[in-house]
Design a protein around this ligand. Structure first.
Ligand code: SF4
Length: 335
């Protein structure tokens, strides 16, 4: 059993977990809100230590990351559990697991994961599918080994880790895709069992650490897609993270407790993209649905097409990230 990181004794046998912004106090035998960290006799036990439920070699565009080694494959690793309880989670079978019976997946050591990534010639490795914060010990150690082997570590996250956790992990990350699920605290409380402000604070920290950052919003019709809320999100990304931060607008399809909720019409995603561009963002993408132009990268200087995407197929007009017309190199990590 590996030792949990980022916790402290609280009083008597109670402990406090410092891994995410929930900061759970755990009584003896109690579990945190994520369900995968437990107080056993005054010590925090990570119940998903080295548990891996999924390993895939994915197109990097699937994360989604559009300005990070485009066209390459990323070795992707998932475990189980989540510190959110999103009603619309597409991966609820692994994210909402509550250990007690048989744990899914198998035990895999960090060095074995790096060997697997190397044997598949992956240039990067993502911690994804469920929230990486809740299997931090595996993420932290594996990211360090991957970095030493020349494989660039990435997280796909809800951005709710504690700043202490983020500052530790940040040194080992090359890129991140972080969800901005809404710009309303009520949304985070009602649909995710979380709060908005820690996510906003962490997004700024990601940026300040120099980690390549892309932001994703799942646009849910009638829930978080009003013009006013989309404008608020676009303004935040523009003003606090920078006009050149890619913003992905992802189509909702019914899942988990919101299985019957209607999908996002393409027309609404196009309107949302327009709002983002109007607010001054340079790279606003439509994903999770077929869109003629919404997946392409256009030059932020002259407007020329630079990267053409169709599904996960990528075609560069010239060398990666370089505008074929004005020769501007766009922001990102291209090679
Ligand atoms: S990771 Fe977050 S939700 Fe889980 S026990 Fe720690 S503070 Fe609570």
């Amino acid at each position: 059993m590996c030792h949990a990181m980022l916790w402290e004794n609280f009083r008597e046998e109670a402990v406090q977990c410092r891994l995410c912004a929930h900061g759970c106090s755990l009584k003896n035998d109690g579990k945190g809100r994520c369900g995968v960290r437990m107080n056993r006799n005054g010590k925090v036990i990570p119940l998903v230590a080295n548990v891996v439920t999924s390993v895939h070699l994915d197109p990097v565009e699937k994360k989604p990351l559009y300005h990070f080694l485009p066209g390459s494959k990323i070795f992707s690793v998932g475990s189980a559990g989540c510190n959110f309880a999103c009603s619309f989670c597409q991966n609820f079978a692994i994210s909402q697991i509550r250990p007690g019976g048989r744990m899914p997946g198998k035990i895999v050591d960090p060095d074995a994961l790096v060997e697997m990534a190397e044997s598949r010639a992956a240039r990067s490795m993502a911690f994804t599918y469920n929230e990486p914060t809740v299997f931090f010990e595996l993420v932290y150690e594996t990211a360090g080994l991957a970095q030493a082997a020349g494989i660039r570590p990435v997280i796909v996250s809800n951005g709710y880790m504690s700043q202490e956790c983020l500052l530790m992990l940040g040194r080992r990350l090359s890129a991140a895709n972080i969800d901005l699920k809404s710009f309303r605290d009520n949304f985070y409380k009602k649909y995710c069992n979380a709060r908005l402000q820690p996510v906003l604070d962490n997004l700024k920290v990601f940026k300040s650490l120099g980690i390549w950052l892309e932001v994703t919003t799942l646009v849910i019709p009638g829930i978080n897609d009003s013009d006013a809320e989309l404008r608020d999100m676009a303004s935040f990304v523009h003003d606090e993270l920078g006009a050149e931060t890619p913003w992905h607008l992802s189509a909702f399809h019914g899942a988990y407790k919101m299985i019957a909720h209607p999908p996002t019409p393409l027309s609404r995603l196009e309107e949302a993209r327009h709002i983002g561009l109007e607010k001054g963002l340079r790279f606003v993408y439509i994903g999770n649905v077929r869109s003629l132009l919404g997946g392409n990268t256009f030059c932020s200087r002259c407007g020329e097409l630079v990267v053409e995407r169709s599904g996960y197929n990528v075609r560069f007009r010239e060398s990666p990230g370089v505008c074929p017309s004005c020769k501007t190199t766009l922001p990102g990590i291209w090679q």
